[in-house]
Ligand binder design. Structure first.
Ligand SMILES: C[S@@+](CC[C@H](N)C(=O)[O-])C[C@H]1O[C@@H](n2cnc3c(N)ncnc32)[C@H](O)[C@@H]1O
Ligand SMILES: [Zn+2]
Length: 272
């Protein structure tokens, strides 16, 4: 049986909240809601989810860009925070995209159960490529297909946060690590697409406030580094960020993009 089906008891039906049991190729609840294990090695809890802006091309670029080392400091910090606040037990990457961060933060998924979940099927498909022991699911953060108290840690990197759901999933003593953009994050891309942005500067004050309503803050950390870009990296950067969604890439002067600022805040907390 596929390892994710062996974990049936950790999941719950996202539609009726019923218990799920494993069949040969799916997880199924008593009411007959059935979630197939794809041949690519993930369970699809949102078969109706339609392709959006997060497509194969975006995730290919995002993957190459992350492998380019721009997030190495973030990975380093998360690798230190996780053992400190949630040293063992299941880890969920909520909004994992193409999976690079989960794989980097937990390179040995035999040490702890690691599940990456995202609504974008192209991301999960890419994450599941090559196997390796991490578990992957297509699912919606607003109705997570997991049972109460089943997670020791939740990682949430540059993705929507659903704090009530995170609180429900975390077991006592569990911790949440959220990564949110700082106001200079990808500032060079913002400058390039300024006229197309609804909001020129990004403010994370609201996110911080919401986090603190739901989580007792353990600590925050800030990363702010500017890196030079090769033309290939600049092209990947433009293609991998939702900031350029809906803009014809040909209209952007990518040659003007010679550096990038990675400004991030890490929020660590335990549910109140
Ligand atoms: C900027 S990407 C970040 C992905 C990954 N954490 C990374 O940093 O590369 C935001 C992600 O949130 C996911 N997302 C947005 N709304 C979601 C939802 N309701 N449920 C699950 N994932 C969602 C998108 O599909 C996308 O992969
Ligand atoms: Zn059901």
């Amino acid at each position: 049986m596929h390892p994710i089906l062996n974990q049936a008891a950790r999941f719950r039906c996202p539609l009726c909240h019923g218990v799920l049991t494993a069949g040969a190729t799916s997880l199924r609840c008593e009411k007959g809601h059935d979630f197939a294990l794809s041949r690519k090695g993930y369970v699809d809890f949102c078969p109706a989810a339609r392709a959006g802006a997060y497509d194969d091309a975006l995730f290919d670029s995002r993957s190459r860009f992350i492998q380019g080392g721009f997030y190495q400091e973030l990975i380093h910090r998360l690798n230190a925070l996780l053992p400190q606040y949630a040293p063992d037990g299941p880890l969920l990457d909520a909004g994992c995209g193409e999976g690079s961060f989960l794989k980097a933060v937990c390179p040995d998924p035999t040490a702890r159960l690691c599940l990456g979940l995202d609504l974008a099927r192209p991301g999960i498909r890419r994450a599941a490529r090559g196997g390796g022991g991490w578990l992957w699911a297509v699912g919606d953060l607003s109705r997570l297909p997991l049972a109460d108290g089943t997670m020791a840690a939740i990682l949430n990197v540059l993705s929507p946060a659903t704090y009530p759901e995170f609180g429900r999933l975390l077991r006592p003593g569990g911790a949440g690590l959220q990564v949110v953009p700082g106001d200079r994050y990808l500032g060079e891309v913002r400058a390039l697409v300024r006229e197309n942005l609804h909001q020129e500067t990004y403010s994370n004050e609201r996110v911080l406030k919401l986090f603190e309503e739901r989580f007792a803050l353990l600590e925050t950390q800030e990363i702010c580094e500017t890196y030079p870009l090769t033309p290939e990296q600049a092209a990947d950067l433009v293609a991998m960020t939702p900031l350029t969604q809906g803009i014809e890439k040909e209209r952007l002067d990518v040659t003007a993009l010679t550096s990038v600022t990675i400004h991030l805040h890490i929020l660590a907390g335990r549910p109140r």
